[in-house]
Design a protein around this ligand. Structure first.
Ligand code: PHE
Length: 357
C-alpha cells in the first residue's frame, strides 16, 4: 500500500480511538517493537541505495505526523478525564484557602522598638553587650566590690568556673555595658558627647510572682560629655531626657519627680517617678494612693565608673538610667502581672497590634 494511504489509515484510527485505553493499544500497534510505523521506517534498508534518501525522508515525516497526532489525542483524553473529575468532585477552586494565623510582635518588642526609634532620633546609638558577663563588668567596674551589700540585692546566676576565664555570670542588669562602651569608645578615639542605649535581656535568681521575673528586659541609657567651662552633663539633662521619653511612650503629658535612690555606680542616684496614669495623681490602688508610680532608677555616673572607663572625672560627667522594659509595657497597656510576658499564652500575645505605631 502506498505510504500516504497508510498514513491516512493510521490518522483515522487515532481519531477514532474511543478512549485512553484504546489509544494505548494503538500506540503499541504503531510504535511497539514490531510496530507498523517503525516497520515502514525500517523498510528503507531493503531499498537500493539511490532510492533511500527520498524514501527515508518521507517515511520520517509520516512517523512524526502520526506521533504528533497520538500525543494530541492523548492530551485530549487527559483533559476530558480532568474535567470529569472536576465535575463530579465537590472541590471548589474558587473557595479561599485556609487562613494561616499570622504572628505578632511581642509587646516588649513593640515598646523597645519605639524607644529605640525615639532615642536614635535624639542622637543616641544602640549598643549591645553579652548576656554571659564577667564579674568585673557586672560588678567591680560598677563600683560594687565583692564585699559590697549591693551584690546581695541582685540575686545572681553564677556560672560554673572554667580555668583561666575568671568568674562569669548571667548579667543582672544592662549596666555592665556602660564601662564596656566607655572602654570601646576610648579605643576608637573618644569623641564626646557619647550617647548610647542598650536594650537587652537580664537575669536574676528571683522567686517569680506578679511583679518579679527571673528573666527580664532593661534598657540602659548612658550620656557622657566633657565639662565645658563649669558645666557638664547635669541632672537637668537627665530629667529632660526622661520626660521626653515617657511622654512619647505613655502617650500623654507626664510629670516626673526624683527621689533619692542608692546604686553604687551613680552619685547622686535617684528613683524617677511618673504621675499615676490610672488616677491622674488622685491616688488609687495601682499607685498605692500616692499618686506616683516608680518607673526607673537613674543618676549621675559615679567618678569611679568614669575612671574604669578610662576617663578623668574632673573632665567628664554623665548620667545613666536603667529602664525596666516590662514595667513600662505594663504601664502603657495596663497589664498587672509580669508573668504574662514569658508565659507564652497566645491569647495574651495576640492582643497587641502587629505593627507598632
Ligand atoms: N542597673 C540598675 C539595676 O538594674 C539600674 C540603674 C541603671 C540605676 C543606671 C542607675 C543607673 O538595678
Amino acid at each position: 500500500m502506498d505510504m500516504n494511504a497508510r498514513r491516512d489509515q493510521w490518522l483515522l484510527a487515532i481519531a477514532g480511538a474511543a478512549d485512553a485505553a484504546a489509544l494505548a493499544e494503538l500506540d503499541t500497534r504503531l510504535f511497539g517493537s514490531k510496530g507498523e510505523v517503525l516497520d515502514l521506517v525500517r523498510t528503507v534498508t531493503t531499498l537500493p541505495k539511490e532510492e533511500r534518501p527520498v524514501f527515508g525522508k518521507a517515511a520520517n515525516a509520516v512517523k512524526q505526523e502520526v506521533e504528533a497526532a497520538l500525543a494530541a489525542r492523548r492530551e485530549q483524553f487527559a483533559q476530558r478525564a480532568m474535567q470529569k473529575d472536576l465535575d463530579t468532585s465537590d472541590f471548589d477552586p474558587t473557595e479561599p484557602g485556609p487562613k494561616r494565623p499570622r504572628g505578632a510582635l511581642h509587646p516588649i518588642t513593640i515598646v523597645q522598638n519605639e524607644l529605640v526609634d525615639l532615642f536614635t532620633s535624639l542622637g543616641f546609638q544602640w549598643q549591645d553587650g553579652p548576656e554571659v558577663e564577667s564579674e568585673y563588668f557586672n560588678f567591680d567596674a560598677l563600683n560594687i566590690p565583692s564585699d559590697h551589700p549591693a551584690r546581695e540585692s541582685q540575686d545572681t546566676f553564677w556560672l560554673a568556673e572554667h580555668a583561666g576565664l575568671g568568674k562569669n555570670l548571667l548579667r543582672t542588669h544592662t549596666s555592665p555595658v556602660q564601662v564596656r562602651t566607655l572602654q570601646r569608645a576610648l579605643r576608637a578615639g573618644f569623641n564626646p558627647p557619647l550617647k548610647v542605649i542598650v536594650p537587652g535581656r537580664c537575669f536574676r535568681s528571683e522567686t517569680v510572682d506578679k511583679s518579679h521575673e527571673h528573666t527580664f528586659y532593661q534598657m540602659e541609657g548612658l550620656v557622657v560629655d566633657r565639662v565645658h567651662g563649669e558645666h557638664g552633663i547635669s541632672t537637668a539633662n537627665l530629667i529632660h531626657t526622661m520626660k521626653t521619653c515617657l511622654r512619647v511612650i505613655l502617650e500623654r503629658d507626664v510629670q516626673v519627680r526624683l527621689r533619692p535612690g542608692f546604686f553604687p555606680f551613680v552619685e547622686p542616684g535617684f528613683e524617677l517617678d511618673v504621675n499615676c496614669p490610672f488616677c491622674k495623681g488622685q491616688g488609687c490602688s495601682v499607685c498605692k494612693q500616692s499618686g506616683w508610680i516608680e518607673v526607673l532608677p537613674c543618676g549621675m555616673v559615679h567618678p569611679n565608673v568614669l575612671r574604669q572607663g578610662g576617663l578623668d572625672p574632673e573632665e567628664y560627667t554623665g548620667f545613666a538610667f536603667g529602664m525596666g522594659l516590662q514595667r513600662v509595657v505594663m504601664l502603657r497597656y495596663g497589664i498587672d502581672d509580669i508573668r504574662q510576658f514569658m508565659g507564652g499564652d497566645l491569647r495574651f500575645l495576640a492582643q497587641f497590634p502587629e505593627v507598632s505605631r
